[in-house]
Design a binder for this molecule. Structure first.
Ligand SMILES: Nc1nc2c(ncn2[C@@H]2O[C@H](COP(=O)(O)OP(=O)(O)OP(=O)(O)O)[C@@H](O)[C@H]2O)c(=O)[nH]1
Ligand SMILES: [Mg+2]
Length: 566
């Protein structure tokens, strides 16, 4: 029985928000106005966010991946005979199948992790040939886009993680079959027959001859593939390459497009029955199927190419520093809870001859927390500052501006990578672990970022150094500078006692660095405030110096190697 109309009305009303469900405004205000409670609430919120982020981090951070790549399958050949008005029995006219598409790999700046890359990549198949001598269309190439800085390594024949090649796979499929069944199955995989002539073909000498030739060719193909597999491919995708088309090419000549590195060839197309015409056999009724594409397995490993790598504990202000140095161009997330940054982010610092860097010309506002909170903060700011009441002095126009104008001034640039936070025990996979350090393994220099406002910043430094050494012995010798961040929190707003205390703390840190953390060359210690871009110019000058120095050293080494070889 249908419910009465009044029943519907009651249900609908129940779903509507009533006054009871909405918290009165004064009630929430009262809750926040209690300071102790608010503090607890804030701490709890931060802790929950940290936990949430850490869990997310373990799922989304991806710096190595194994992918199975298969070139496109070739299209099948066609067994057909020409038919036309007044020609009832025309000649064989089956076209060949198209080639399967090749698979390429290409670096791109748009990606920063391997998370979006599919593990099984199949090239596009070629289309089959058809009657009237029509050959099939070749498969389009497939391009796998990976982040810049990915190292591609093919797994060798002994590696158990490698996918089986087409012959090994066939062997596996035929295991345990009777010899007759096996033969039939192998034939079925390779041959196509004109409708109704399969049995007839199998008994013909011409077909058996053709089969022998096809198997011989296949054996040669298999030998070549096995030989090639003994030398696995390996290359670094550390720069974006472009094909230069000749400038004097005649009009109308197609420009060749850069597709990247070829990692799996597509299979050849099958041949049509026209291919098998001989003097003895004028109307062959069989064609071959397309070949499978190459099957290869690759290990992708992400190693970002940044000249400088920032290493620091969570919340030390690494992301804030990156944003300050790049003028907010590098969009690294900043928030007051730990593990805000989950993936390494690379930014570019552009420097002029007089030491001005582009970031200093772009005033940035660094917001904490999420976008919602950012909007709330802005709204609160607007409520306090009434633009009509406060007459701000007109901002001075800088003589140069960031953006395109800086192109004329720029004399050097370097890249800098912000990393997730490193904590004690990261080598035992505590926090986000330390595998992300792989991304800065090839950096020219490392910079420790520590929180100077912490009670014992030197302890932080020791932990960072130990974790670097745990990750790779000798890696800490790449560190050149200790950036003591959050210096603005010391000094107590100009209180002489607090200033003295801050100076003493900095001195103690310097002493500690000199005595305990020293590598083979002295480490610079620079107090900065990333949030307010204080002393950032000095940091940029020093970092730029290390990069130039390291590049010069690498250049000298390469030259020496060339000399030895000659
Ligand atoms: N007062 C002050 N606060 C800062 C400074 N630098 C960063 N902060 C604040 O410190 C908090 C953490 O900054 P982040 O840049 O996210 O720190 P992080 O090292 O990237 O942290 P993770 O990504 O979690 O490893 C934020 O609330 C920043 O506003 C600074 O120089 N002075
Ligand atoms: Mg960060």
């Amino acid at each position: 029985m249908l419910p009465r109309a009044s029943t519907f009305r009651t249900c609908a009303c129940r779903r509507l928000p009533t006054k009871r469900h909405v918290l009165p405004l004064n009630q929430t205000t009262r809750f926040y106005s209690v300071d102790a409670e608010k503090l607890d609430y804030e701490a709890l919120k931060k802790q929950r966010r940290t936990e949430w982020k850490r869990r997310q981090g373990t799922q989304s951070f991806l710096d190595h991946l194994i992918i199975n790549v298969r070139g496109g399958k070739g299209g099948n050949g066609c067994a057909a005979f020409h038919r036309e008005k007044f020609i009832n029995f025309g000649p064989p006219c089956g076209g060949a199948g198209g080639r399967g598409g090749d698979v390429y790999i290409m670096p791109t700046k748009e990606l920063t992790t391997l998370a979006s890359i599919t593990k099984q990549v199949r090239g596009q198949p070629g289309s089959s040939g058809s009657g009237t001598w029509q050959n099939g269309r070749a498969g389009e190439p497939t391009i796998i886009k990976v982040p810049l800085g990915t190292v591609v390594r093919e797994l060798g024949p002994e590696d158990t993680r490698r996918a089986l090649d087409e012959w090994e796979q066939e062997e596996e499929d035929l295991k345990g079959m009777e010899a007759e069944d096996m033969k039939a199955k192998m034939r079925e995989k390779r041959w196509l027959h004109f409708p109704g002539s399969a049995d007839d073909n199998n008994g013909r000498d011409a077909f058996l001859e053709a089969e022998k030739v096809i198997y011989k060719e296949e054996r040669q193909r298999r030998l070549a593939a096995r030989k090639r597999a003994l030398e696995p491919l390996s290359f670094d995708l550390d720069k974006i390459e472009e094909l230069e088309n000749p400038v004097d090419a005649p009009l109308g000549v197609r420009k060749t497009e850069y597709l990247g590195h070829l990692i799996a060839h597509g299979g050849a197309g099958g041949v049509g029955n026209t291919h098998f015409v001989t003097n003895d056999n004028r109307s062959p009724k069989y064609a071959t199927r397309g070949h499978d594409g190459e099957r290869r397995t690759y290990m992708l490993e992400l190693k970002l190419i940044a000249d400088i790598g920032l290493v620091g504990m969570p919340n030390a202000g690494k992301s804030t520093l990156l944003r300050a140095l790049t003028g907010g161009r590098a969009k690294s997330e900043v928030a007051s809870y730990a593990f805000t940054t989950l993936n390494p982010v690379v930014g570019v610092v552009r420097v002029a001859a007089d030491g001005t860097f582009e970031g200093s010309l772009r005033p940035i506002r660094t917001f904490d927390e999420t976008r919602v909170e950012e909007e709330q903060a802005l709204a609160a700011l607007d409520a306090i500052v009434d633009p009509n009441e406060v007459s701000l002095p007109p901002a001075e126009e800088p003589s140069v501006r960031a953006g395109h104008e800086f192109d004329l001034l720029e004399t050097s640039r370097f890249t800098i990578a912000d990393n997730p936070g490193l904590i004690s025990g990261a080598s035992e996979n505590v926090g986000l672990g330390h595998s992300f350090l792989k991304s800065i393994e090839r950096s020219l220099a490392l910079a420790y970022v520590i929180d100077l406002s912490a009670p014992a910043p030197w302890d932080e430094l020791q932990v960072l150094r130990d974790e670097l050494e745990h990750y790779q012995p000798g890696m800490s010798s790449k560190a050149r500078i200790v950036i003591a961040n959050k210096a603005d929190l010391l000094g107590g707003g100009g209180d002489p006692e607090a200033v003295e205390e801050a100076k003493a703390k900095l001195q103690r840190l310097e002493e500690y660095v000199r005595e305990n953390v020293q590598a083979d060359r002295p480490l610079d210690v620079v107090p900065v405030s990333a949030k307010f871009s204080q002393n950032a110019a000095k940091v940029v000058r020093l970092l730029n110096g290390y990069v130039q120095e390291a590049k010069a050293e690498a250049g000298a080494e390469a030259e020496a190697e060339v000399k030895v070889e000659t």
